[in-house]
Design a binder for this molecule. Structure first.
Ligand code: NAD
Length: 241
């Protein structure tokens, strides 16, 4: 790979692995079950239509749980890079595109975070299309603060739904000199395809993960290990510590 000083614009894709050491389960950690549930039951529009109470309760529990978790060294290092990179001579933009629906990047102090799969701490009103910050439960069908309809659902992109802000992500990938993928299995599209797109558009590509991801062959360099170790090391290299 090129020396770090050659890079201006960096796009970082993060997945569940970056939050694993904060005590949040990854998606595929327990044999296809996610927190004891089948993905089809709790992370698809069909599952929600079939059993809305099960889905609302599941997300209510996760909304409570993530508020008890704290950012780890990987979130802290990425927040530092985000804050310090633009001020460097020759530094450009950093964009953290996360598949995670927790808020640990933000709580670590990162400013440029794009939640392509939505967020646990916002809700979406399917009646009026408004989104609201939300920390409480949904199981009792509270009214939407904007239109009063009892139509709030988790603001989480389920399988079969279109991820958020894809145009912005594609534009950022086109401007990127470096694409870094951290703690993601490379199994969920379209995020899994970003590495190929970034390469085609001219970026160098780096993967930091516990094990090789499914798209590992597309990366110029792979470093294997825990995010809490690899990410601070890499950020230190980029910032010239
Ligand atoms: P995934 O579970 O499919 O993959 C996680 C990857 O992280 C695996 O490759 C694993 O080897 C790696 N990993 C595990 N622990 C790690 C560590 N300590 N350091 C570095 N790497 C580690 O998750 P994904 O690729 O993010 O995609 C699946 C979906 O999961 C996304 O749609 C996302 O919305 C959802 N999800 C989000 C959260 C969250 O918000 N924290 C948690 C679970 C699932």
């Amino acid at each position: 790979m090129a020396p770090m000083t050659r890079y201006r614009n960096i796009v970082i894709l993060t997945g569940a692995g970056v939050s694993a050491e904060s005590g949040i389960d990854t998606f595929r950690s327990a044999g296809g079950l996610w927190e004891q549930h089948r993905v089809e039951d709790v992370a698809t529009p069909e599952g929600f239509a079939r059993d809305p109470d099960l889905v609302l309760r599941f997300y209510d529990m996760r909304r409570v749980a993530i508020q008890t978790k704290v950012p780890n060294a990987a979130h802290e290092a990425l927040a530092r890079l985000d804050r310090e990179w633009a001020g460097r001579s020759g530094g450009g933009e950093v964009l953290i595109v996360t598949q995670n629906v927790d808020d640990l990047h933000e709580r670590a102090g990162a400013l440029n975070v794009l939640h392509m799969h939505g967020e646990h701490l916002t809700v979406w009103c399917t009646a009026c299309d408004a989104r609201h910050r939300w920390t409480g439960p949904l199981i009792e069908r509270p009214p939407c603060p904007a239109c009063a309809a009892p139509s709030l659902r988790p603001d989480v992109v389920w399988f079969g739904e279109v991820p958020y802000r894809m145009d912005e992500i594609t534009e950022a990938l086109a401007r990127a000199d470096l694409f870094v993928s951290i703690g993601t299995s490379g199994a969920v599209y379209p995020a899994a395809g970003f590495v190929r797109l970034a390469r085609e558009l001219g970026a160098d590509t780096l993967e930091l993960n516990l094990e090789r991801s499914q798209g590992s062959a597309w990366f110029d360099e792979t470093r294997l290990g825990a995010a809490s170790v690899l990410v601070p090391q890499w950020v230190g290299e980029v910032l010239g510590d």
